[in-house]
Design a protein around this ligand. Sequence first.
Ligand SMILES: *[C@@H]1O[C@H](CO)[C@@H](O)[C@H](O)[C@H]1NC(C)=O
Ligand SMILES: *[C@@H]1O[C@H](CO)[C@@H](O)[C@H](O)[C@H]1NC(C)=O
Ligand SMILES: *[C@@H]1O[C@H](CO)[C@@H](O)[C@H](O)[C@H]1NC(C)=O
Ligand SMILES: *[C@@H]1O[C@H](CO)[C@@H](O)[C@H](O)[C@H]1NC(C)=O
Length: 490
Amino acid sequence: MVCLMTILILAAVYPECRLSEKGMEYVGKTNVTETGKACLRWDSEQVTSSYESLDAGFNEVLFYEEHFINQDPSLHENFCRNPTGLARPWCFVDDDGVKMEFCWIRLCDDFSENFHEFFWILGRWGVDLDNNQAGILDMYLAGGIMNYAYILRGSKAVPECKLSQKGGEYVGVKDKTISGFDCIPWLDADSSGGDRIRGDREGSFSDELTDSHNFCRNPNGNPGGPWCNIEVPQKPNLKWEYCDVSFCDLGASRRTGESGDQYESNGGVMQPNYETCRITEMGKEYYGEEKTTETGKDCEIWPNKIYDDFPISLFSHLPFQDRQFPGPTQKIRFFFGRWTELAEPNKQISEENNSCRNYGSMERPWCIVSLANLTWEYCDIPLCHGPKVFEWCLDCTEPAECMQTTNGREYLGLKNVTRSGKKCQPWLSQMPNVHSTILRLPMFPDPVVDSRHNYCRNPDLDKKGPWCYNGEGTNPEWEYCDIEFCEGMN
Ligand SMILES: *[C@@H]1O[C@H](CO)[C@@H](O)[C@H](O)[C@H]1NC(C)=O
Ligand SMILES: *[C@@H]1O[C@H](CO)[C@@H](O)[C@H](O)[C@H]1NC(C)=O
Ligand SMILES: *[C@@H]1O[C@H](CO)[C@@H](O)[C@H](O)[C@H]1NC(C)=O
Ligand SMILES: *[C@@H]1O[C@H](CO)[C@@H](O)[C@H](O)[C@H]1NC(C)=O
């Protein structure tokens, strides 16, 4: 017991440690400084109103938000971070006024140090490790490391994966895009002599730029994840593409790629339908009619215009520049308008309906409880595989392989060939067809879209249902997919 607990304290495992000296990529949860003071939230009024006057390295060229990984200070709560490239992660504290203070964050590759410290402590306690305990220790350390695909970069082990959809924290060494193009160094001038990363944007990288640094990164909060600049002679307009960086934790919530057999093996009675439950945590596929929040308040009818104080997570999938208020709200209007007006055109949802939805990228379905006060709350929509709804199907975690609504916007199935049998192009790829559909991330029913995702979807709410880009480089550029309606639909 003593032994395992001690290891848990000493052996820092990514992301609860820093991969580099400065730890600009650190996204762990330490929330106190090295002198034990409580960190303030990065998005608190106290901090945002005074950060400019404090000498903490904020860069005038960047907006405050743009210093943070994934450009979203609220995501970082009150955790120690290094948004400004100081010596180590730090945070603001309230110590007779707002001040910055460093945090103590262990380096990830300190395993040998941990090890020595561990034995030293055991020795002091007079504990002798028998073979069995030593075995457990090895297993623990191995387990901690093997959870991630580590590769060696210099003397450091760096995880070759991302933790968030945008992957701003990724500091791996991938230097090719999804379609296999070589990445151009970030600091290289473009063909017209211009600055590829526009202005002094080094401050929004999760590591330090050198002249040769051409690794995939996401300094500007693009919705698809790390990307890089490219030059493709046959496609002169193609300036960049996303990279194939997968998620670190492919745990239980992610799909395995198997078909929907589980429904049958669980009795074959009926499939969970997303009108009564959500199959994903985020429930972006939910299209039912629950109209009260989890605290019992009535939902207001969805507005058909945008208000400045709408929760930011509605728009946080966009790069910061594109979601500013007030400012260029075109894109936001576009996305929100599409949702509310086109999501259920026949039902006139924008004017008359008030069911809980996950418009945007909130944690779960929600609704507005007061338009006058712009307040909103989450709704209690049960999980399809939770104990609440389907006792006959306790493990209904596979999505239905059929459409439940007229346009199939909720379709989460695995079909990835078009009607005429063409294989689908991954949504994050710019080859063979150049497009920016991933900007509509909130309209994908999927909680995340990674570089392998080439399943038929309906992110633009086409009346004729799910479709995909033709991945074979032939005509047409895109095609509908052949997906049947679920039983009882037509
Ligand atoms: C810091 O995090 C711990 C554990 O997550 C939590 O219990 C504590 O309240 C947090 N402290 C502050 C000051 O936010
Ligand atoms: C389609 O998806 C399946 C399951 O995820 C995968 O095994 C297969 O390789 C994909 N096919 C194509 C053409 O991408
Ligand atoms: C939306 O409102 C219209 C008109 O009041 C109604 O006919 C329709 O059934 C409602 N739809 C939903 C999904 O509640
Ligand atoms: C809105 O706020 C006002 C004043 O704060 C309050 O009196 C009113 O009850 C609120 N309305 C709703 C619907 O919450």
